[in-house]
Write a protein that binds this ligand. Sequence first.
Ligand code: SF4
Length: 419
Amino acid sequence: MNAPTKPPKADVEIVTLGCRLNAYESEAMRALAGEAGLNDAVIFNTCAVTGEAVRQARQAIRRARRERPDAEIIVTGCAAQIDPQSFADMPEVSRVIGNAEKMRAESFAPGHERVQVADIMGVRETASHLIDGFHERTRAYIQVQNGCDHRCTFCIIPYGRGNSRSSPAGEVVEQVRRLAANGVPEVVLTGVDLTSWGHDLPGQPQLGSLVARILKLVPELRMLRLSSIDSAEMDDQLFELVTQHDRIAPHLHLSLQHGDDLILKRMKRRHSRAQAIALCERLKTARPEIALGADFIAGFPTETEEHFASTLSIIEAAHLAYVHAFPYSPRPGTPAARMPQNERHVIKARAARLRAAGEAALARHLSAWVGREADALIERDGMGRLSDFTTVRCDVVAAPTQRLRFTHHDGAHLIGVAA
Ligand code: SF4
């Protein structure tokens, strides 16, 4: 019997690595590449947040070249923006395009220079591009802010994304309206440093005012969600809306990074342990059903066992339902990479312990849902999420939203049956 033939690869394939901002931009690039008449190509939208992310991009590029020997291979995203020559030197690569250039159709037109990467620090505008939906998804990410003015000592992102800049509120509202009109039930506002939205706009509005405007002007939108925010920069109006408005998802992902004040200082973060815990307390008091998650780095330079214990203990102190644990990865050119480093095995072991502590927090969160009912937004194949972003598995693949009763959990997902 002949082996089933693999479906032919899409003419222009986009491989997205990294964050939701990249996911949004890949959606926009799909349309821009079409406009430019690009075909038979693979576009890599890369990430540079860790050395591992860059290594994975190279590996995927080599694989793509083997699988599609005649296709044009275009590399863009933060890894290409920060070190374009290292990709241009790869024989597998046809072209390298910068983070600003990738949002312009003409960059994908044939006959361009092999390397088109301008200085990202010179970019002043967000290049928003209206999208109609999100490839195969019921949830759409939209970029409202790009770049970052902070310089956390471990972070390479500002060198890939440039300084902070905001999409004008009118454009954002138009984008949300278009998605809601196309039946997208949920929109996620994303950015590199989301809470700095508006600082570069006339009158310096804050993120809370943008959220208020979206909720008022797009009443047909079922749910608005925020992607990761900086706990030190949550404005009062935003706090009010997140804790009081039922069309704002009861879920916040916080960029906490560490639980110890000395290490937070060495990271050049803008909050203290006490401030992070106090904010989470206020959020849970004002909206008890809100689910809080956070990013943490394990093994930051000079971190001792005692400092690390502070990160483990903040998970319960801040009522966190889950944790994203990142082993520290020295990024060339960042101040932290020049600090005294922890041994690799120490970093890995702490990251594993942090992940285990996060899994224990998630199991507590999931157990609290067992026996209860809720509406889930079904993404695909019986997989979905609750409004507090809890992942669910169910054997019903009905309309995007499905009422479920939760019988048990498998440590990562709630298991639900039709209620
Ligand atoms: S706030 Fe800090 S961690 Fe976040 S992107 Fe900016 S420099 Fe990086």
